[in-house]
Ligand binder design. Sequence first.
Ligand code: ASP
Length: 311
Amino acid sequence: MLGKYALAIHGGAGTLLRSEITAEQEANYKAALNEALQVGESILKVGGSALDAVEACIKSLEDSPLFNAGRGSVFTHDETHELEASIMDGATSRAGAVAAVSRVKNPIALSRLILHDDEFVYLSGKGAEQYATDHQMKLVDPVYFYTDFRYNQLMAAKKEGTVLLDHDGEKKFGTVGAVALDLNDNLAAGTSTGGLTNKQYGRIGDSSLIGCGCFAENQSCAVSATGYGEYFIRSVVAHDIAALVKYKGLSLQEASDYVIQKKLVKLGGEGGVITVDRDANIALSFNSEGMYRGWLTSDEEAQVAIFKNVD
Ligand code: ASP
């Protein structure tokens, strides 16, 4: 046992442009990231599990209207919400995932419930919601996910006839995620999203797909992704990074950079990842203008950043 913990979170790659973000918006995003980091660290520093820390961090980000997950999720073309999430335990390789849920307040919590189920890994739509109620998880009225900000984005997207990755006309990704190493040397990863503004109903992205938007195994690393989901699925991003670490002996940063800056760029995919390994190394890699992100270790104070150069 190293006696170290480490935690990294993201709130999506492809942020508001530096020239467009107001000081108030920047402060709000950073405050929400800091809050999530504190929630996670309070669990890790007293010996809590990486899995608990990941779930708690993501819940905190899902409850914020700022990010495209949980409360702040974007609208589908049909003016509904279809949320998805996944979580994986590096110690046991157990995983849980949900997709196309419209009444689950915290999809990451439902994913966690499923992770402990011996029968399922992945549930979607009405079946996932039924599973939630069967396990005493209260569903919310879909109106909980309504925000003017997101509705206006949908209207703008429909007018332009485009499918948008989070905010306005730019390519923006607001998905949330967390990766953690706990004091018992266990890793975990999780990811949660509302998907794409104006997406076709039934569309599922990488965020809930184990190996694409989320992956954790103690033998390599924990990874959570954000970006243009279709490219992340085709590149099997999260597992690819873990495989480079495990089979090729690449460092976490080398593996993350190879997949994000080379492989993904070649295909035309935009986005990034947060990763952590059992030596408490953290690597953050993105090929977008920015990525809402935060990180800390037992030896290093919490830091948050939005743009390329640490701000
Ligand atoms: N990866 C997400 C998706 O394609 C979007 C995001 O990261 O914001 O659904």
